[in-house]
Design a protein around this ligand. Sequence first.
Ligand code: CMC
Length: 428
Amino acid sequence: MSETAKIELDGKIYEFPVVVGTENEKAIDISKLRDTTGYVTLDTGYKNTGATKSAITFLDGELGILHYRGYPIEQLAEKATFIEVAYLLIYGKLPTQTELDAFSNSITKHTLVHEDMKQFFEAYPAKAHPMGVLSSMVCSLSTFYPESLDPNRSPEAKDLTIHRLLAKLPTLAAWSYKNAMRHPFMYPKNKFSYCENFMHMMFAMPTEDYNVDPVIVDALNKLLILHADHEQNCSTSTVRIVGSSQANLYATISAGISALWGPLHGGANQAVIEMLEQIHNDGGDVDKWVAKAKDKDDSFRLMGFGHRVYKNFDPRATIIKKACDDVLEKLGINDPMLDIAKKLEKVALEDEYFKARNLYPNVDFYSGIIYKALKIPTEMFTVMFAIGRLPGWIAQWKEMTEHNEPIGRPRQIYIGETPRDYVDISKR
Ligand code: CMC
C-alpha cells in the first residue's frame, strides 16, 4: 500500500497520496485538495511547494548536493564543456561525439543576429543596463521568426528555436556591452568555441585581435556550467509559468532574464562586487558592515550570503572558490577586493548570527571576483549568469511542454474589503 497523508478539517479526515521521488524526496499530492475539501494551501514564496515533477536537476540543500540529470556538478565542472552540459540538460543524456559535433555545429551556424537588430542597439542610451537590453533583444528575436510564435510545432522546429537562442544569446550579450562602450560590434567567428567566441566578441576590436587565454576559457566554461540549472528557482519558475501560457520561447526566456536581474537572484553577483567596493571605499572595516547586516533596523544584507535551499554549504561555491584562487594566481592578479571578501567570509562564518541562520557564501560571492579578473565589467555579471542559465531554462520549458503541464495559476486568500457600495466622487 502506498503511503498517504491524512488531513483533518472540520472534523472530517481526508487522505492524500504521498509522492516519492527517485532521491527519496517526499511530497503530499494536494492536487485534489480544493475539489475535495474546499481549502487551498497558503505558502508565500513557495517555500514548501513542489510546483512540478522534474527529471532535470536534483539538489539537496542540507547535504550540499547538486546533480544535473544524475551527474554530480563536481564531475561536470571538472570534465565537461558548457555545450556538452547544455546538451545533457536539454536532451537528457550525455552526447556521443557525433551528437556533440552536430549540436555544436548547429549552434555555431546560428550565432549571427539579423542586421536590422543593430538599429535597436543604437537606440538604447549608452548607460542602459545590459540586462534590460538583453531581455528586450531576446524578446525581439521573436519578431524575426514569426513561425516560432506557435511553440507547439514539430520537434525539429523547436530544436531550431533552441539552437538559435543558445547561439545568439552570447552575441546579443557581447553587443550590449560594445554598445554601452560605443565600440564597434565584433562579429562571431566560426573557428572559435562557444566561450572563446564570447570573449572574442567582448574584447576584440576591428583593429586588433584578442588572443583568448585558455585559463580564461576554462574558468568561463566552469562558471557557465555551475550556473546552468538550479531546479525551480525564481527565474526558472518564471520561465515555466510564462511558457505554460504557450507564449513563444523567445518571450518566455526574456521573462526569465528579467526575473534573474533582481539582486536577490542573479543580480547578486553584481551586488557583491558593489558591496565589496563600498566597504573598501569606506575604509575596509569589515566588522562594521557585518554589524550592519545583523541590524534589523538596517536594510543592508551581506550580498552573496545565504540561500533559499542550501543550508550547510553551496556546492557551487566550493568549486568556484577553488577556481577563483586558481584564476587569480594564474593571471597574477592581486585584488584588494579579494582580501575584503576573505575577511568578510571569515567573520561571517564565525559569527553566531550567520551560523544560527545557516548563512554561508553562495556561488555569487565568488563568481563576481572571477568575472572581475576576466575584465568583464560589473554590469555584465548578471548577463554572464543568464548565458549560463539559458540551457536550464530551455530544458525546464521543454520538459514542461512535453509533460503537457496546465497553465500556471495559483490561488490566493483574499484579505481585502468585503462588498460595499460605490460612493459618488462628491461624497468621498
Ligand atoms: N545578510 C544578512 N542577513 C541575512 C541574509 C544576508 N545575506 N540572508 C538572510 N538573512 C537573514 C534574514 O534577515 C532572516 O533573519 P531573521 O530570521 O532574523 O528574520 C534569515 O536570515 C532568513 O532570511 P530569509 O530572507 O527569510 O531567507 P530566504 O530563504 O527567504 O532568502 C536569500 C534567501 C538568498 C534571498 C537571502 O539569503 C539573501 O537576500 N541573500 C543575499 C542575496 C544573495 O546573495 N542572493 C543570491 C542567491 S544565490 C544565486 C541564486 O541562485 O539566485
